[in-house]
Write a protein that binds this ligand. Structure first.
Ligand SMILES: [Zn+2]
Length: 332
């Protein structure tokens, strides 16, 4: 993996107008909705526009082969737009500028590119984005719940740290107390700014971007996402596997944090309060109670079949009583 590179971040209302000054042949990568929203605020004609159809590896490879040469790739949109732009800039070895129009995922900050092969996520590539434009006006045009969703991968530190420590104690997995402390500080920062995140204010947007940046940095340093990825993510992956549907990541990870902090007996009132104040839709409006029940009943089996990391799911039985009480609390 290449060494971590800190991004230069240009932020402000109308900050994306800086794109007009880019020299050379500019390839813009976007999707219908973000491109329309972008053009309404900042009319701009890049040399070439590519609209992303999906994130299949074959699709991004085809785009790279079919698109003309360029000097700079600009990604405008959510995770798929940023990831496709990253892929093209990585393959072509050219300059990359990312303009996220929602802050729901950390794709604008990471070096990895999430693609799908046979409907399964795989990570390819290795390029830390060096230039980021955070245009508050653009981001505030997206539905609030999509931006609030970004808080999930910071709030997940609460349950992930517990699992990381557990794995260290039970299996001898490497553990870094200094990094755990940095992660804890990120969680506290989110807690202090939860209201700003809920309201999607400039301060709330900056908080999410800055916490993603810090998280990506220390996870890259130790070569694992353990500080922010614990059993709450197993719940999220389990729900997707069981239903074969796509959800807002923040909804599923929010549910995971709610459930797993109870299973861990790890201050569940704090974590439920935090995700509620950030506006995560942790009761998952797009899933039914029976689907959640089925996911929890089969969680350990799913984890074993998928070969996922060690966590509270290995050591604590998920009983019918636990599931009943948890669902009652979830819908209260
Ligand atoms: Zn996540």
């Amino acid at each position: 993996m290449s060494a971590y590179v800190a991004p230069k971040i240009l932020s402000g209302y109308g900050a994306a107008a800086a794109l007009k000054e880019l020299p050379g042949r500019v390839l813009a990568v976007s999707m219908d909705i973000p491109w329309r929203v972008f053009q309404e605020s900042i009319p701009w004609e890049p040399s070439q526009l590519h609209l992303v159809p999906d994130m299949d590896l074959a699709t991004v490879e085809q785009a790279d082969a079919a698109l003309p040469p360029c000097d700079v790739v600009v990604g405008i949109g959510g995770g798929s737009c940023c990831d496709t732009a990253k892929y093209l800039a990585w393959k072509r070895g050219c300059r990359l500028v990312l303009v996220p129009t929602i802050v729901s995922v950390d794709a604008p900050l990471t070096n990895m590119i999430a693609v799908r092969v046979d409907k399964k996520v795989q990570y390819v590539g290795d390029l830390f984005p060096e230039e980021l434009i955070i245009d508050y006006g653009l981001i505030q045009k997206a539905p609030k719940e999509m931006n609030r969703a970004g808080a999930c991968d910071i709030a997940s530190i609460h349950t992930a740290l517990h699992d990381w420590k557990l794995a260290h104690e039970e299996t001898g997995e490497a553990y870094h107390p200094d990094v755990a402390q940095l992660a804890r500080e990120c969680l506290e920062e989110l807690d202090r700014n939860a209201h700003e995140v809920f309201e999607v204010t400039p301060k709330g947007i900056d908080t999410i971007v800055d916490l993603f940046r810090r998280e990506v940095e220390f996870c890259a340093r130790i070569g694992t996402s353990r500080p922010e990825e614990g059993a709450e993510h197993i719940v999220a992956y389990g729900m997707e596997h069981l239903t074969r549907r796509h959800f807002l990541h923040g909804d599923l990870v929010g549910l995971g944090i709610f459930v797993i902090s109870r299973l861990q007996q790890n201050d569940p009132d704090f974590s439920a309060g935090l995700i509620r104040r950030c506006g995560l839709r942790y009761s998952v409006p797009d899933a039914g109670a029976e689907e959640i029940r089925a996911c929890l009943r089969t969680l350990r089996q799913f984890k074993q079949d998928a070969g996922l990391f060690y966590s509270i799911v290995d050591t604590e039985d998920i009983t019918e009583d636990f599931i009943g009480e948890t669902l009652d609390a979830l819908y209260k």
